[in-house]
Design a protein around this ligand. Sequence first.
Ligand code: ARG
Length: 462
Amino acid sequence: MAEPEKSWEKRLAGGPDDLTIDFVESLSIDKRLYKYDIVGSIAHAKMLSEQKLITKDEFNSIKDGLIEISEEIAAGRFKFEKKYEDIHMAIEAALVAKIGEPAKKLHTGRSRNDQIATDVRLWMRDQIEMLQAKITLLQKAFVKLAGKYAEDIMPGYTHLQRAQPIVIASYLLSFAEQFERDFIRLKNCLCLLNISPLGSGALAGSTLPLDRKSTAKQLGFLDISYNSIDAVSDRDYCAEFIFDCSLIATHLSRLAEDWIIYSSSEFGFVRIDDAYCTSSSMMPQKRNPDLLELIRAKTGLVYGSLMAMLTILKGQPSGYNRDMQEDKTHIFAASDTAGICLDVARAIVSHTKFNTKKISAKLDEGFLDATALAEYLVGKGVAFREAHGIVGSLVAYCEQQNKNLAGLNLEELQKYSAAVEKDVYENLGAAGVVYKYLTAGSAGPKQAKEQIAYWNNHLGQR
Ligand code: ARG
């Protein structure tokens, strides 16, 4: 049996089994919260002194001791011992060893239940800021790349089949939109989580005159939580945060999938820079997009964390339960994974080139102008359904003749519709079509340039 060193050693006889110590400890995971635990404790101690629950001198010695501990941890001089269970107990034990008696008053009116809820909210605020900064850098990389290809045309796909012509810039800017929503989702998550649970105690608050507004203010929270039972058992923000990371991962995985396909010899649309490729141990010619594949795969880890988090929360009885300790593994994993994948994606996007020659050489394949031709007929008074049928027949005819729509002469076209006139050729050929796009938000050069201007201004303000 290990030597009992716990705050509750007086209650349980003989001390915990070694297996118990190993199984319940979270120190190996939650030690990364130390900074937040310490600022939370300093705020709590300050409030205790304001409320005359401890003296000014006691507060000062607690504060100085905690700052020293923080420096020791930062410098790697702190010995983390799992017999202390978690970061809260490890720091408190170190404080007792350092300053003696006053340290024993730090936990007045506090439980680890409100303490951990406070630590995690503080940590998450910083993570959200960090992720938002990485998202912004990635968006800027997309906008910069889009600026180079505002007039270059590529096939747009639906069902991975050639659909309509688009400019490369529009394709790239579609990612700026996706990541903008991720940015906003994180902002919303921050709004909901930025309230202080400190002072809620184990579940019922305290009989002591704690000033919760003081600690909330010191820690930069916008408000205090209003119900102590909910405050210690709420982990909604953890699930939400991981969901936000999951959608970041989703968007990154779709980018990765596109560029894995686009960088294949069959497509040859993009060239991923050598710095972000790997080769093969056997096949000397290989340039593999392993980083993109890993981004795609790591999405699985983030989704796994989301499912784990939701399942941890499901069916827990009201109030704090130790189940909640398992949240850290998943919020940390999701955040770290989203963060590193955003960094890698930004590096790749910043160094990728589109092979515009190869793309344009095949633009007349796949009848990219078929929809524009149908819309041309609409302009000539043909009902869209009828126009759709006419162009469908024309495409079938072209396939038989091994031609494309722009290669048909006026007579051939007019055989299918008397509405066709000479000006039809302005609407044929992928290159011409993108300049015909009129609707706001279309994938043409005009709209892409407007979007680039918008993003430069919008992201420039961050
Ligand atoms: N380490 C715990 C957690 O992460 C906090 C401690 C609460 N433990 C307890 N026995 N009340 O949730």
